[in-house]
Design a protein. Structure first.
Length: 164
C-alpha cells in the first residue's frame, strides 16, 4: 500500500486507486499533447511568416512560412537574436521597435526591408505584439511579417505612368 500526502496528512492508496490516478494522469497528458499539436498546426498553417521571441529577444520559434521566407530552419534560429539572422542595416530598427513595444505595450507596426539569401530586397510590414505567461508575466513578442514588395512595385509603376 502506498501513501499519498493530502494537506500534510498521509492517505493510504490501494492498488485500484493508484491505477485510476495513473490512468487519469495519462488522459490529461494526452489532452495536453493534442492541444500542443493543435497550436503548432495552427501556427504552421498561418500563410504569413510568424515568429516569437522571449523578452530578451531570443527566438523561441517560428512557423513554416517564416522558415521559407528567410530560408532558415527553426532549429537554426532557436535561442538566437535578430543580429544572428538579419542584415546589419535592419538590426537597429528591429531592436528599437522591440524595446518600444516592451516599454509601451500594445502593438507596433512598421515597415522593414529584408534581404534573404537569394539577394532580392523584400519590403515587409512587421506586426508585433506582446504575449504573457499564465502567471501574467511577460512571455515575449509574437510577430507576423507581410511581404508588400509587389504592392510597392505596383505603386512605383503607377506613379511613373502618371508622371508621363
Amino acid at each position: 500500500m502506498t501513501n499519498r500526502k493530502k494537506d500534510c496528512v498521509a492517505v493510504p492508496l490501494n492498488e485500484g486507486e493508484l491505477k485510476r490516478l495513473v490512468h487519469e494522469l495519462q488522459l490529461h497528458q494526452k489532452e495536453l499533447e493534442q492541444q500542443v499539436y493543435l497550436l503548432k498546426a495552427v501556427i504552421n498553417n498561418v500563410p504569413d511568416p510568424v515568429f516569437y521571441k522571449d523578452p530578451d529577444g531570443k527566438y523561441m520559434g517560428c512557423n513554416k512560412a517564416f522558415e521559407e521566407y528567410l530560408d532558415v530552419q527553426q532549429e537554426g534560429i532557436l535561442g538566437k537574436d535578430v543580429q544572428d539572422i538579419e542584415t546589419a542595416d535592419m538590426i537597429e530598427l528591429h531592436h528599437r521597435m522591440d524595446k518600444e513595444l516592451i516599454q509601451k505595450g500594445g502593438r507596433v507596426i512598421y515597415e522593414a526591408k529584408n534581404r534573404p539569401k537569394d539577394g532580392n530586397v523584400r519590403n515587409d510590414i512587421v506586426h508585433k505584439a506582446l504575449f504573457h505567461k499564465a502567471d501574467g508575466s511577460l512571455g515575449g513578442i509574437v510577430a507576423t511579417v507581410t511581404d508588400i514588395t509587389e504592392l510597392k512595385h505596383a505603386k512605383e509603376a503607377l506613379a511613373e505612368s502618371e508622371a508621363i
